[in-house]
Design a protein around this ligand. Structure first.
Ligand code: ADP
Length: 263
């Protein structure tokens, strides 16, 4: 695999049928990785062949959320990704020493993402999800270059400040000519015992991002789901069993979103 030739990324080859979704957010902590993990597990539970690239190199959290404790094996110079809940997963967290921070510059980040795409034995995937770092930094640009056909999924909270930065992240798509497939609003409300919704982070952020991206990009960017705050979602992230597939799991709306994205 040495030499000057560019590594081959299977997802960009003619005839490749994998749907590639890059999950992005303006800020950290809005639930981007949780949404990625739950979507992946929900799609795999629907019988799809799913892969996840944890492209949040500095802030990797996918291994914990999907409960992967194994290290990848190697076969014929390729990396074989571990399976978790039927999902093939690769993360820098599998290659660094426990709890060591990743301190890399742009070119190394680019190379890591490139290797995750070209040197991992993905097989035939129906769906590949990439958990991007928040914002519009090096990795986001690398992914746009490496996977120009990846569709962007924007995660935001209902809060105005979060929505504004999420919008900017979505607008990068117009520069990179990538399609924004939709918006997922997370932490939309806390369900109350009396059935009402307590809107802890305000309301309207997801709708606002959807509308402004629709106007700016000139095509419909739907609000795909509004997910409640739910302790089971947080517990699922910590225990490695995403709530979307847990028994007695949280009644999150992400499975319908998974259905829409899988279609
Ligand atoms: P990001 O990837 O945007 O940084 P995470 O997915 O890591 O965000 O989520 C941040 C924290 O919030 C995590 O501890 C996660 O378990 C928790 N969390 C995310 N979404 C919800 C939710 N809907 N209900 C409860 N906890 C959530």
């Amino acid at each position: 695999r040495g030499g000057a030739a560019e590594p081959v990324i299977p997802f960009t080859q003619p005839g490749n049928l994998t749907r590639v979704y890059a999950v992005t957010s303006g800020k950290g902590g809005v639930g981007k990785s949780s949404v990625t993990a739950n979507l992946a597990a929900a799609m795999a539970a629907q019988g799809l062949s799913v892969g996840v690239v944890d492209a949040d190199i500095y802030g990797f959290s996918i291994p914990r959320m999907l409960g992967v404790d194994r290290v990848p094996t190697q076969l014929d110079g390729m990396i074989v990704p571990p399976l978790a809940h039927g999902v093939k997963v690769i993360s820098i967290g599998m290659f660094v020493e426990d709890k060591q921070p990743v301190v890399w510059r742009g070119p190394m980040l680019h190379r890591a993402v490139q290797q995750f795409l070209s040197d991992v034995f993905w097989g035939d995937l129906d769906v590949l999800l990439l958990d991007l770092p928040p914002g519009t930094g090096d990795v986001t640009i690398s992914v746009a270059q490496l996977l120009p056909d990846a569709e962007i999924l924007v995660v935001t909270t209902p809060q105005t400040a979060a929505a504004e930065v999420a919008e900017r992240t979505g607008l990068i798509a117009s520069q990179t000519h990538q399609k924004v497939v939709g918006v997922i609003e997370n932490m939309s409300y806390l369900p109350q015992p009396d059935g009402t919704h307590l809107e802890i982070f305000g309301s309207g952020g997801g709708q606002a991002v959807s509308e402004s991206l629709t106007t700016a990009l000139g095509y419909e960017v739907p609000l795909l789901a509004q997910l409640p705050l739910d302790i089971r979602l947080r517990e699922g992230s910590d225990s490695g069993v995403p709530a979307a597939i847990a028994r007695g799991g949280a009644p999150t709306a992400d499975s319908p979103a998974a259905v829409k994205l899988a279609a």
